[in-house]
Ligand binder design. Structure first.
Ligand SMILES: NC(=O)c1ccc[n+]([C@@H]2O[C@H](COP(=O)([O-])OP(=O)(O)OC[C@H]3O[C@@H](n4cnc5c(N)ncnc54)[C@H](O)[C@@H]3O)[C@@H](O)[C@H]2O)c1
Length: 671
């Protein structure tokens, strides 16, 4: 397809003539059939809702077709309208339009839907099983048309994938405002998502799916590397074991598949159990795991040998994680570090495979005997808890990886609660590692995308970012030197690690100062013509963007972790400080109703306005969260916010006074 044809299709949005009917393509990874949840009346409503997008002349054909889609897939995707052109991030100059900012957003949307990047590309799902960019293909088409028409005196308003339209605004306003899954709080149960999504009035935007900021698996590799590396440091500081460390975990799926690669970068022996042969093969073929073993005694011998030789190696075990925990205990194999990344946010429908059943047996039982399957999952979680406890009694450091392992194990009756009956025996990765070591200091998953789509630009931005950090580390306080060093090492190895899938993107953990300085250096390089335009952003899984009591804000202990003021304040603050687009979502990572999370995108074009915006917005985007973490009495955040106030006299944050335990101990409370 020529550039002109591509432009014509974008501008057309709804074709004058119906495109050919869709043929279900079995070679593509499709979303699972969704629950049949609507009443007859609601099904009529869903079809009428869908037909709102079309002229009357199409209604007869499409009403029948959408009825079928609803019956067959539980949703109306409007498959027929999936564009014929190649879906991928193009060079920004290849998009039609009047605004570079709008074109940058088109690039990011197409990247999120690229079949190389997206999990279920035909159902407009980028990742996480239900992380949607749009609910249907007409929403995509209309949005692209609006973006191709808009000027920088307008803002596009997106309601959960639906483009409500262009509204007059001003040059420094966001070009797009995205809300996803925002519900009246009482309507935020998982089945509410099923119902209102099927009706076509809301969607689950995950974190970076519905905000157009997904950059493929490298985001996960970086975060997992930081987690494993710091967990190793923690146990080294405790001195519980000497020499190379053994990391035992489970899951080689979407996000969990990053564990062995991260283990290699962090310098450990890793064993990752995975019951699904296909998932094992994929990761092995990709080179993300070094060896595959399917026999426990061979595995035990291989691990012992690697320990003896201090050999960094990643091993996939094709089988159940519970079997390894139990076998290693019996064989006296010491596990330094343990975790679990099975999909326990979805325990009854394929997220967790119980021990004692084969993969196929489980798949059959969950469909045919769901109650028995539930029982098997619970029994398995109890056995897993017991085995982990036995290892922990010998010194193993176990942490929850944000997959609801501890929550589900406790619900199953596993011995996983601490003595006070409120907390779990084991911490989450944010409580012990990412929270205090990164988020409280402002370090988080900053990222950028080169809008030229030219790998040379990415190479140059990597070098620029590295130069900035190497300069900064010379004056960094001792509290954050280690983080700075880790990030320098990451960016130095980034090209060699070949992490790009889709757009020319890079993730780099950085604090507020680092993000601002790197962005300013990019803007200068754009101004001088050294590189093309650059799009800044971040994962929502960050310092300020996400309120999530069992994950991002699990290390907030003043009771406020069940509030969502921080995430809402964040998106409002970003929007009037120069963000090119902002988004706020219900759900993301841990599930609908469990989290509120937001993000931004910002186009750097080398202008003075971009320089002013980046300084103002990135400063707020990080320091908002540090201020809140400081108010929750987090020691490292108090340090970081005081440092930020010294650097910027206009910043004045309320600091907490700490009360002596003695004073509280003297109070008498009625039971
Ligand atoms: N990596 C991260 O940074 C991160 C952060 C937060 C949360 N998580 C959570 O981690 C979980 C995993 O995410 P994902 O995208 O990899 O999911 P996924 O479903 O793609 O992968 C999970 C894998 O675990 C395997 N599995 C299930 N039960 C097993 C068992 N008993 N033994 C061995 N293997 C088993 C499954 O076959 C599957 O391949 C999710 O709950 C996610 O929310 C990950």
């Amino acid at each position: 397809m020529t550039k002109e044809e591509f432009h014509k299709e974008i501008k057309e949005a709804i074709p004058n003539v119906l495109p050919d009917a869709y043929k279900y393509d079995k070679t593509v990874n499709h979303a699972p059939k969704r629950k049949d949840i609507l009443s007859t009346h609601e099904k009529r409503l869903a079809i009428a809702n869908a037909l709102r997008y079309f002229p009357k002349s199409f209604h007869k054909v499409l009403a029948k077709e959408f009825h079928e889609e609803l019956k067959d897939y539980g949703r109306i995707y409007m498959y027929r309208f999936r564009p014929k052109y190649k879906m991928k991030a193009r060079c920004i100059n290849d998009y039609p339009g009047k605004s570079d900012q709008a074109k940058a957003i088109m690039l990011m949307i197409q990247n999120n839907l690229d079949p190389q990047v997206a999990q279920h590309p035909h159902e407009l799902i980028t990742y996480g099983g239900n992380g949607a960019v749009f609910q249907n293909w007409i929403q995509y088409r209309l949005t692209m048309k609006y973006l191709s028409e808009m000027t920088e005196e307008q803002t596009l308003v997106m309601y959960s994938g639906h483009p409500m339209g262009l509204f007059p605004s001003h040059k420094n306003a966001p070009r797009v405002i995205v809300t996803n899954g925002m519900m009246i709080p009482n309507y935020s149960q998982p089945d509410d998502w099923e119902k209102f999504n099927a009706l076509g009035v809301t969607q689950y935007g995950q974190m970076t799916a519905g905000s157009y900021m997904y950059i493929g698996p490298q985001g996960i590799v970086h975060g997992t590397t930081i987690t494993v590396m710091n967990a190793v440091r923690m146990i080294e500081a405790k001195g519980t074991s000497k020499g190379i460390k053994l990391f035992l975990t489970a899951g080689l799926g979407g996000m969990s598949g990053a564990q062995p690669k991260a283990g290699n970068i962090a310098g450990v022996i890793s064993v990752t159990a995975e019951v699904n042969k296909k998932a094992v093969q994929t990761r092995f073929q990709q080179g993300w795991v070094d060896e595959v073993i399917d026999d426990l005694s061979i595995l035990a011998r291989r691990v012992s040998k690697a320990k003896e030789d201090e050999e960094i190696v990643s091993i996939a075990y094709l089988g159940n994680i519970v079997d390894i925990w139990e076998y290693f205990y019996k064989e006296n194999i010491y596990v330094d570090l343990g975790s679990d990344q099975t999909s326990l946010h979805n325990p009854w429908a394929g997220g967790y495979y119980p021990v004692g059943l084969s993969f196929e047996e489980s798949n059959q039982m969950m469909a045919n005997e769901p109650e028995l399957f539930k029982l098997k999952v619970k029994e398995s979680l109890k056995r897993q808890s017991l085995a982990i406890n036995l290892h922990a009694s010998k010194g193993t450091y176990f942490f929850d990886y944000g997959n609801a392992f501890l929550l589900e194990a406790s619900r199953a009756g596993g011995d996983i609660m601490s003595e006070n009956g409120i907390d779990f025996k084991y911490p989450s990765y944010v409580q012990d590692i990412l929270g205090p070591m990164c988020f409280d200091y402002g370090f988080g998953p900053f990222r950028w995308v080169c809008a030229s789509s030219n790998p040379q630009d990415l190479k140059r931005t990597d070098e620029i970012a590295c130069e900035v950090l190497e300069k900064m580390i010379l004056d960094s306080p001792s509290e954050i030197k280690q983080q700075m060093q880790d990030n320098i090492q990451w960016i130095k190895g980034a090209q060699q690690n070949k992490l790009v899938v889709g757009s020319q993107a890079r993730i780099l953990y950085a604090d507020a100062e680092g993000r601002m300085k790197i962005a300013e250096a990019f803007n200068n390089a754009i101004r001088s013509g050294e590189i093309g335009l650059v799009i800044l952003g971040r994962d929502h899984h960050d310092v300020s963007g996400t309120d999530s009591p069992y994950r991002e804000t699990s290390n907030i202990y003043d009771g406020s972790r069940y509030t969502a003021d921080m995430a809402i304040q964040n998106v409002i603050g970003d929007s009037f400080r120069g963000a090119t687009w902002v988004s706020i979502h219900n759900g993301g990572g841990v599930g609908w109703g469990e989290v509120v999370n937001g993000g931004f995108g910002m186009l750097l074009d080398g202008s003075d306005t971009a320089e002013k915006n980046l300084k103002m917005m990135l400063h707020w985007d990080v320091n908002n969260g540090i201020a809140r973490r400081n108010w929750a009495r987090n020691k490292n955040a108090v340090f970081a916010i005081k440092r930020a106030m010294n650097a910027q006299p206009l910043l004045k944050v309320t600091l907490p006074n700490l009360v002596d335990d003695e004073i509280l101990n003297h109070l008498e409370f009625e039971k």
